[in-house]
Design a protein around this ligand. Sequence first.
Ligand code: PLP
Ligand code: COI
Length: 367
Amino acid sequence: MNTTFANQVEFTITRNTQPLPEEKRNAILQNPGFGKHFTDHMATIDWTREQGWHDARIVPYGPLQLDPASSVLHYAQEIFEGLKAYRHADGSIWTFRPEANAQRFQLSARRLAMPELPVELFIESLKQLISIDQAWVPSAPETSAYIRPFMIANESFLGVRPAERAAYHVIVSPAGSYFANGMQPVSIWLSSGLSRAGKGGTGEAKCGGNYAASLLPQTEASANGCSQVLFLDAEEHTYLEELGGMNIFLVRKDGTLLTPKTSGSILKGITRASLLQLAEDMGLKIEERRIALQEWIDGVNSGEITEVFACGTAAVIAPICTLKSKTFTVGNENAPAGEVTVALRKKLTDIQYGREEDTHNWLTRLA
Ligand code: PLP
Ligand code: COI
């Protein structure tokens, strides 16, 4: 894809003349929940085949104008990212491995035949937006601002081919815990026959369509009292892949960390990659390979598997107490979060919130 881009891109800034009043903003920051409230501004950069990336700007947050024939509305040419801004004790605001998100955004763009946004421009858009909306980044423990960059194809054309126009946007939402009960272990539901992604599909890309495909099984999960759905591989329905919005890890009683190898159909989580690095730093053994569902069931029943957790930017690390399906339940609903789960979560969040030295240079200052 042509990604021509004028090197000296300047963001023009149009300030919101009606930002949310401070008292209302503070009330939201007291209890932000997840993904419900949005800041006063957003970032936008346009792309056309002829002009490449142009017209970078920060504008008041508000509705997009889309022609009803826009390709995204018909053929789902859309990709997104998710990362967080963390306020440190000295008031400064940082984000975690944004270049990894920028690179994954490029990978997703390639898979969806969309233009690739240069990494520096992706990071600059975050800096510009968080600088202007920095009062929206909460400071209470474990809170953050969730940053959602996304790109839509907005050419008005119904032919099925890659669009020649696209728009990149970034919005920001103050965030508390993704799950209502924080670190309380959650139950997950085994999707009965429905898949999220298959070989050669779009599983490795972060595109809206993957999430649309996860909603029906997710509804089944919720109806059965579970907070997430677990997908197995689409071909054999035998091996663990990931949850609707998180990667998965098992911990053996000797402390070894097991996680499915990313094979093209699993999203390569940045939290996943970071935890593998931290586990190595902590001297834990790691196995990245195919993991059969039966290995989990037998391991939990025999005591060989002692902890299971899910991980991702939004949820950080969520301990999993039980796996349920139409025919069986594995694990114990009253089990507390495991030792390794808690230690890894602490290590990761201590780095993100600036409480521990960032030895891997994972943090980038935004404001
Ligand atoms: N898997 C899926 C399907 C996701 O949506 C996410 C969340 O982004 C993850 C895994 C975890 O990825 P990351 O750690 O980069 O947030
Ligand atoms: C994330 O963790 O950033 C996700 O994208 C998960 C979900 C909110 C889609």
